[in-house]
Design a protein. Sequence first.
Length: 335
Amino acid sequence: MTAPDPIRAIADAVLYEGYVLWPYRRSALKNTHRWTFGGVYPRAHAEARAAGDDPWTMQTQCLVEGDGTARLSVGLRFLHVVWRQVVDADGRALDELTVHDERHLTWEEAVEREVTLDALRLDALTTGHHVPICVPAGREQEALGDAGAIVRSWEALEGSLSVSARDLRPAHPALHRVTARIENTTPWPGGPREAALRRTLCSAHTILRVLDGGAFVSQTDPPPELHAVAEACENSGTWPVLVGEAPARDTLLSSPIILEDHPRIAPESPGDLFDGGEIDQMLILNILQLTDEEKAEARASDPRVREILDRSEALGPEELMRLNGRTTRGLQVRL
């Protein structure tokens, strides 16, 4: 069995932070306003909002020590909102459908998307390099026996991930400033914000890796001689931190949530609860105190929520005791 990737675990915690919050039910007020972190919205929607609170770009700037032969990979990950519509045997839209005592609700889900630029030499990035974000609209159907089906549909997405590097010599020998910029240029005809979210890169974040020949400079705690140049980096909607086992400097996670360098998931955590700012023990105990009716709605609200409930109910006394007294999950999140 392959050992879990601790860097991927941190990135997944960021990806699903706020996906669905306790009490994990569709009817809960807080879950009517999901996808609150790291949204990169359609440009036309963003520019039409006077408040400027729904950006259409996200930018990461960081420093890499190394000469121009150092190679870099940059990955963009985000959630794409999917509408889950329950229909009957004749294809008529329903709010809910119960089949063999299992309840299914019409609501939103999400699918993971990823775009990657691999093995880019720093000296080849002086003119920039980009890869398009192009996700066609789609639809798929999951049969529920003869009673009906779940129809999942999603909107098209368009945009780009651009990466460039600037050699900071002669002021700083063997130092480069790397810029990773995400843009969402998905066409938007107008409409409510809830509809715009279906064309948004939700929970967007980037993972940058130096493959050889270099190392990242901490943006949180740069060495004194690089403090000013680190301060000059322009990060918009995101915060880059070193990830992996300290003192490693080969991987950077640029997250919409402010983290410390080298964050980690507490080893006692039995699994994701979509809320890294809370305490596992508290959330699990609250889950176990739900009424049967509340658990039934939560299970019907989202397949990932059903996994949380099943996992929580399967915990034994010893596993619950290991969570006792833990004041954080180890993922150091400041919301």
